[in-house]
Design a protein around this ligand. Sequence first.
Ligand SMILES: CC(C)(COP(=O)(O)OP(=O)(O)OC[C@H]1O[C@@H](n2cnc3c(N)ncnc32)[C@H](O)[C@@H]1OP(=O)(O)O)[C@@H](O)C(=O)NCCC(=O)NCCS
Ligand SMILES: [Zn+2]
Length: 271
Amino acid sequence: MPGYLYILHFDEPLHHAKHYSGSTKNLRQRLVAHASGAGSKLTKWLADHGLNWRLGAVATAPGNKLRAIERELKARKNACDFCAICRNTPFKVPGTLPIDLDLCQFATDSQSLRGERPEFTIQVSTKGDRECLERIRWLMQDEREALGFIPIGDASGALTAIDRGRFLIVRQKHTVVGYLMWTKDDSTSQVNIHQLTIDDPYRLYGLGKQTVATLEALLPHYTLHARVRSELPANEFWEAIGFTRGVERENEGSLSKCNNWYKAPMKGYTP
Ligand SMILES: CC(C)(COP(=O)(O)OP(=O)(O)OC[C@H]1O[C@@H](n2cnc3c(N)ncnc32)[C@H](O)[C@@H]1OP(=O)(O)O)[C@@H](O)C(=O)NCCC(=O)NCCS
Ligand SMILES: [Zn+2]
């Protein structure tokens, strides 16, 4: 699936920064997220302080190259050269196909996009959610690098988990945009979060945090536990939402290490 590289041009410079560059598979959703104070820490800061931006450049690239091109673009620190607001004839971002900003079908400035934050629901799965399996598998596949070390098993295993309410399903209207899959161990009063994923364009809206909070409210007497490969950015997520880091361990059957993250029960905790 192709994606987009984009550069936001700030109306007023922030210290020395005048641009933010990012990548996404869903440009409009991501711009709405940035404008409404989500999508990245920097654009959240801009939104909180009432600072505005305009889309300065957008280009398409193959989905599997996006992150690498984005990293390269960020490292260059010359976003100005690619920005159509800064330059009459901007450079082309290597490895991408530029899109003419005049052809964008929607507003591309933060003021117009602000306030369009969509509504989300988070629900415990029931048998009626079996039809979500394909979409869940697709989300899983998209994040296989982050989630891959804990296989979901065959479809029947996943269906049983859905039937038994071992999934929290996050939706925007009728679209599944994320899920959390868990199991619990009554002998240790521990809930294991096996997989949590929020689809890329919906990240940094606070959905991951709300989904974990929903699980916590559902099982207030249990310790929550998540295991994450040490090199993944998700470690910062668990820390940000108040989990405590346990001992780093070798990941069985692989060279990578894993962090174990814990959160004590809300009430009645006996370690
Ligand atoms: C990890 C993931 C679930 C986070 O979901 P999300 O909805 O974007 O997270 P939230 O918006 O609720 O973020 C909550 C906090 O974590 C921080 N955070 C989230 N992702 C982060 C990241 N990649 N790097 C640094 N901080 C991050 C947010 O800034 C926010 O902090 P704040 O409350 O101080 O503002 C999502 O990025 C994802 O699906 N990643 C791929 C799959 C994966 O790695 N899953 C976890 C493996 S178990
Ligand atoms: Zn610019």
